[in-house]
Design a binder for this molecule. Structure first.
Ligand SMILES: C[S@@+](CC[C@H](N)C(=O)[O-])C[C@H]1O[C@@H](n2cnc3c(N)ncnc32)[C@H](O)[C@@H]1O
Length: 243
């Protein structure tokens, strides 16, 4: 199967197992960083691009946003529709085009660990730019490029994690790894490639975060201590300039 087809079908195959996954890195670490960066979402029109089964969309709707979740994977969208909380709606669609979504119609766009799954990430960034109102923001959380270079790259000695291996960093492209009982593919690109694509698409880069746990999060889940050892995620804060 070619790479594009594989990226477009692997989530349908994994949907059932993904829904049952423990989302501890999201709920215990990343959500608070994302919510901080998104700010007050009350009354805002938010597009959650690659919303999956809608967990984060529901969270934003619960905070008063008017959320549209879009995802390529039909079983995940069906599940999201079944769990809608009010103020959230879900459509099947491709992040690379966001076809059917009007130009300049959203205040905020969110991409929560999705760009590693997308083949034409330039097209996806340009589509997000298109649907945002002038002055609108795009908050992107992604696997850190230092991780996506070598997925599951911990080098262990017995039970002890010695260090995280980074290799072939400038060799952009697919990385295959075992996950959810099957072989999964993520796309690796360098940090500078992402930043250059954001800027070339017209976005202003207003900041970046490399999330680490707070004291409270560590008390909740001491295993998150590993997040201080090697970067795992990155959050980019982008703005479409005012006219
Ligand atoms: C890691 S999951 C993240 C889901 C959700 N954002 C979350 O954090 O729970 C990646 C999601 O991207 C979706 N996806 C992959 N390629 C896509 C594309 N081209 N267009 C829209 N969604 C896509 C998958 O179906 C999957 O739901």
């Amino acid at each position: 199967m070619n790479l594009e087809r594989r990226l477009r079908t692997q989530w349908t195959e994994a949907a059932q197992d993904w829904v049952g996954q423990d989302q501890v890195l999201r709920t215990g670490l990343l959500d608070s960083w994302m919510l901080d960066e998104l700010g007050d979402v009350r009354g805002k029109r938010v597009l959650d691009i690659g919303c999956g089964e809608g967990r984060f969309s529901r969270l934003l709707a619960g905070l008063g946003a008017e959320v549209t979740g879009v995802d390529l994977t039909e079983p995940l969208i069906e599940r999201a529709r079944g769990m809608a909380v009010g103020g959230d709606r879900y459509v099947v669609g491709d992040a690379e085009s966001l076809a059917g979504i009007e130009d300049e119609s959203f205040d905020l766009a969110v991409s929560y660990i999705v760009l590693v799954d997308v083949l034409d990430y330039r097209a996806a960034v340009e589509a997000a730019y298109r649907i945002l109102k002038p002055g609108g923001r795009f908050v992107v959380c992604n696997v850190h490029p230092m991780r996506s270079a070598v997925p599951y790259g911990w080098i262990n000695q017995g039970n002890r994690k010695l260090f995280y291996a980074v290799d072939n960093y400038w060799n952009e492209g697919p990385r295959e790894f075992p996950w959810l009982g099957r072989n999964f593919v993520n796309m690796h690109r360098t940090l500078s490639s992402y930043v250059n694509v954001f800027v070339a698409s017209g976005f202003a880069l207003e900041g970046m975060q490399e999330p680490t746990p707070s004291e409270e999060q560590l008390v909740e889940d001491p295993a998150l201590d590993d997040e201080f050892r090697a970067p795992n995620f990155v959050v980019y804060m982008l703005r479409k300039p005012e006219l």
